[in-house]
Design a protein around this ligand. Sequence first.
Ligand SMILES: Nc1ncnc2c1ncn2[C@@H]1O[C@H](COP(=O)(O)OP(=O)(O)OP(=O)(O)O)[C@@H](O)[C@H]1O
Ligand SMILES: [Mg+2]
Length: 174
Amino acid sequence: MTAADLTGAVHLPIVKTLHWPDEAATARFALALAAQPQVRLAYIELQGDLGAGKTTLVRHLLRALGVQGRIKSPTYAVVEPYELHDLNIWHFDFYRFSDPREWIEAGFRDIFASPGLKLAEWPENVAGCVPKADLVVQLGVTEDESRQVTLTAHTAVGAALLSGLGITSEHNAP
Ligand SMILES: Nc1ncnc2c1ncn2[C@@H]1O[C@H](COP(=O)(O)OP(=O)(O)OP(=O)(O)O)[C@@H](O)[C@H]1O
Ligand SMILES: [Mg+2]
């Protein structure tokens, strides 16, 4: 037993694999995630190929948090902001973001310094600009079109999200 175990500290990252057979499973996960208090201050990265289901997950999550009206994919606008009465949310899609020098000019540094939920698709394109993600959701499409999902919590906020979801550590990555 280490000192960290004695103090109750969590070992990060925490990695867990899930299987979502259909979009309804994605929606159920989004609903459970929306119910976690820490989601309101989290930075969550969505990884996976084109069509993996990143925007679909974000749509279900935003609906579950109370966003009404159309939820557009921010592929062209790069970011779509949402203002709920008690929560600010920013949904980024960095697929077309090619010049990190625009980061500050576009106001993204200010957004990441603001309280609220930040969700980012294609975070690979802004590595070095974004802070460490609290939670990374990696989506893969299997042969039968279901989704293989890897959740990685990198921070205490991410660990709290997973533990609130009833997800315990499968293994700690090196
Ligand atoms: N289990 C599942 N979870 C999420 N989406 C699913 C699932 N099964 C099938 N789908 C379908 O896969 C598609 C995913 O499209 P989506 O736009 O969410 O992908 P994306 O990862 O955001 O792609 P892009 O990189 O182009 O933004 C949708 O048509 C959705 O209905
Ligand atoms: Mg998308």
